[in-house]
Ligand binder design. Structure first.
Ligand code: AN7
Length: 374
């Protein structure tokens, strides 16, 4: 078997990349599709529930799929610096891929509102971290303005190569299941990822979509029909940052899921098109629901995702309860980022470690107390 060298090399004929272009890659993609065996049994739901664990990408989130494309094409175009606004994961990924490519990276983040793991990544990879006294939406506006006056290449998902890279997640789900699932659920922040999923599924089904149009100047590529159908797309937003659900921008978005603390998503229109074409819907979950399901997943399935990612599963469990998703369905949830990204959120909702003397008796006492009673 050939060694896996990342998603551009694997899917080059399904991506707008020239045959000779060198891929800037960290072997992203090829993440596992994990069947959730315990949760459906525990909740007495007759469904096949799978998690596409994107937290196992090289920088710990799905952003690496788009970033390998965006940075590859930025370098190909002669860029010497990239820039992004970020709630955290985009900045971590951009910083890593810029380091890999040997170019400079500027990241704009909302001061005090990004998870510790993500901040440490952006800093460690040597990007220039600019904290702004504002939120992600302010940062997004500033990045677009800055790119007009200084020579930096924007790698937010307004960069169409990002979406192209991210669509490969759908290819992998189809390969793993042998078909499209009935439902595909994911968190929605800036709305690029739901757009990308839908493009990937649509191309795989040989179908057209409003969201699919390749922007001018982008090289064409070969489409491959792999399946006969597409899933119903389910997009979930946090109640305090749910512009698409409410149908209007949110001025001061707030949620414990800081990754999706976004009030005016850039890919709003495409996401609505994707949802509508698929026969899907958008819905919201509260912070309590998000954290409850993050912990439930960690403690019943052994999968640690970040709060924003847990909303996909929280939404699905709620919509199963409401009867909006039928029995017997195959459902895939994209778990967009690793739980280690946000250790503060995890520690805040977990039992405190027990401290004892370094003596066998003390340790034994604790074990006896906590041992499952048969
Ligand atoms: C874990 O890093 O927007 O709807 O700047 O980090 O495609 O924006 C992150 C978004 C979901 C939402 N889950 O995806 C950023 C940023 C996680 C994320 C989303 C993000 P989009």
């Amino acid at each position: 078997m050939e060694r896996y060298t990342g998603l551009i090399d694997k899917y080059r004929d399904r991506l707008p990349v020239a045959a000779g272009t060198h891929a800037v890659s960290l072997n992203e993609g090829a993440t596992p599709l994990i069947e959730l065996a315990n949760l459906p049994r525990l909740l007495r739901r007759d469904v096949r529930l799978c998690a596409k664990f994107e937290g196992l990408n090289p920088t710990g989130s799905f952003k690496d799929r788009g970033m390998t494309m965006a940075v590859t094409q930025a370098v190909e175009g002669g860029a010497r610096a990239i820039i992004c606004a970020s709630t955290g994961n985009t900045s971590a990924s951009a910083a890593a891929y810029a380091a890999r490519a040997g170019i400079a990276c500027f990241v704009l983040i909302p001061e005090g509102k990004i998870a510790l793991g993500k901040l440490s990544q952006a800093m460690m990879h040597g990007s220039v971290v600019i904290q702004i006294r504002g939120n992600f939406d302010d940062g997004m506006r500033l990045v677009q303005d800055a790119a007009r006056s200084v020579p930096v290449s924007v790698v937010n998902s307004i960069n169409p190569y990002r979406i192209q890279g991210q669509k490969t997640v759908a290819f992998e789900v189809i390969e793993a299941l042998g078909d499209a699932p009935d439902y595909h659920a994911l968190p929605v922040g800036n709305a690029g990822n739901i757009t990308a999923h839908w493009i990937g599924y649509s191309e795989s089904a040989g179908a057209d979509t409003l969201a699919l149009k390749l922007p001018g100047g982008m090289r064409e590529y070969r489409r491959q029909k792999m399946v006969e159908r597409r899933p119903i797309m389910l997009g979930y937003q946090a109640s305090g940052a749910a512009p698409i659900v409410r149908g209007r921008p949110v001025e001061n978005p707030e949620t414990v899921a800081t990754a999706i603390r976004i009030g005016n998503p850039v890919s709003w229109q495409q996401a609505v098109a994707a949802s509508r074409e698929s026969g899907g819907w958008f819905a919201e979950c509260t912070d309590e629901e998000i954290l409850h399901v993050q912990k439930l997943l960690a403690q019943t399935e052994g999968i640690f995702c970040e709060p924003a990612s847990a909303i996909a599963l929280a939404g699905v469990l709620k919509d199963l309860e409401l009867g909006k998703i039928g029995a017997g369905s195959t459902i895939v949830c994209t778990l967009t980022g690793h739980g280690l990204k946000d250790p503060d959120a995890a520690i805040a909702q977990s039992a405190k470690p027990l401290t004892v003397d370094a003596e066998l008796k003390a340790v034994e006492r604790v074990i006896r107390e906590y041992l499952p009673k048969s």
